[in-house]
Design a protein around this ligand. Structure first.
Ligand SMILES: Nc1ncnc2c1ncn2[C@@H]1O[C@H](COP(=O)(O)OP(=O)(O)OP(=O)(O)O)[C@@H](O)[C@H]1O
Ligand SMILES: [Mg+2]
Length: 342
């Protein structure tokens, strides 16, 4: 392993020039207190990088508090982060500290920051300006010594253009930008990471260690990895389990290559009645629209709702109607593009 990779936690594997450059930036950023914005496709290691920034910096003995903005309903996110006073809203029987207070002295990691409601964006902007905030329903300001690290897996610049993200907040977050490269751009790291995941599995199991064949390594290298490192990690684990008693891991038994092609134009057929043809065209449109939308937002429902101009719950209903599983878009389990072998 290169000396540059050694200074961080040993769980950050990679030697490719793009990855080493990102590691070097991480090391420099960890010595600072300024806000970091980590961008990168799903599964590229944004959370791992955020933890690394915290645990190699001077705040390491204070809490690292992660919050996934996309997983919290829009109307609750402000109080989750900044807390609320008693009576601030119907269910607020007691006042409650926010995550920002819980992270005192440490780091608050705002994951999927693109999903933050416009109201909370304003509150965060205020905090980034002077480290002051006001709990929901409160009348006085509080202050917190907390470093903000944010992560996004969509292009915040284009969200700004669409009016879905505040430009002033983007500037404030982007003081120290950190871009994590996609796995497909990391050359030899694919094999290195695959071997490291495999070694971890081999260590855990008592049976004979398993290996990757030349052919399986070639397969890994020719895949496009839309789910990046997480997809690779899951694929190795699946290959390991499916190998059973065999010592060689192969990827021809993974049941892949069956993804549907979203975006195909609905074809109007005059063989059926107008009403039926129209209903079918609408259903096909809805399926294709929401598949593309979720793929654009990496499965993030709040952001999808904002971009589509619809309620979260309406989108939820439509996804159920079409049997679209949104977690499939958040990376990890997507292996549909892996080339099938003979
Ligand atoms: N360089 C790396 N070395 C070893 N493991 C890694 C590396 N990068 C990522 N991983 C592993 O890949 C998985 C995904 O990483 P992580 O959760 O940090 O990605 P992410 O960018 O936050 O993904 P998402 O955008 O979907 O939230 C984790 O299990 C993590 O441990
Ligand atoms: Mg993440």
């Amino acid at each position: 392993m290169s000396p540059m990779a050694d200074f961080l936690q040993p769980n950050l594997v990679g030697r490719s020039p793009l990855f080493i450059a990102a590691l070097e930036l991480t090391r420099k950023y960890s010595a600072s207190d300024a806000t970091v914005l980590i961008v990168g496709e799903t599964g590229t290691g944004k959370e791992l990088a955020a933890r690394s920034l915290h645990y190699t910096g001077r705040r390491k003995s204070c809490p690292f508090v992660p919050v996934n903005c996309g997983a919290i309903p829009e109307n609750l996110i402000e109080s989750e982060i900044f807390g609320h006073v008693r009576g601030a809203f119907t269910d607020a029987r007691e006042s409650q500290l926010g995550l920002i207070a819980q992270a005192g002295g440490g780091t608050l990691f705002l994951d999927e920051v693109e999903a933050m409601s416009p109201r909370t964006q304003v509150a965060l902007l205020r905090f980034l300006q002077d480290h002051q905030y006001r709990p929901v329903g409160g009348r006085t300001n509080c202050s917190a010594d907390v470093r903000i690290v944010a992560a996004a897996n969509v292009d915040l610049g284009s969200l700004v253009k669409q009016g879905a993200f505040r430009p002033d907040l983007l500037y404030r977050l982007n003081v120290l930008p950190l871009h994590l490269p996609a796995l497909r751009d990391r050359g030899g790291d694919i094999q290195l990471l695959a071997q490291s995941f495999l070694e971890r599995l081999n260590r855990r199991q008592k049976s004979l260690p398993k290996i990757l064949t030349e052919e399986s390594i070639a397969q890994l290298n020719s895949h496009s990895w839309p789910g990046n490192v997480r997809e690779l990690e899951n694929l190795i684990e699946r290959g390991y389990v499916l190998a059973g008693d065999r010592s060689e891991i192969r990827f021809d038994s993974l049941g892949i290559g069956t993804s549907s092609a979203p975006g195909a134009a609905p074809i109007a057929s005059v063989d059926e009645g107008y009403k039926l043809a129209k209903a079918r065209a609408i259903a096909e449109f809805e399926h294709s629209y929401f598949t593309s939308l979720l793929s654009r937002t990496s499965g993030n429902l709040s952001l999808a709702a904002r971009l589509a101009g619809k309620d979260r719950s309406d989108i939820g209903k439509l996804l159920r109607k079409h049997g679209i599983e949104r977690t499939l878009f958040s990376g990890g389990v997507q292996v549909g593009e892996f080339p099938p072998t003979e």
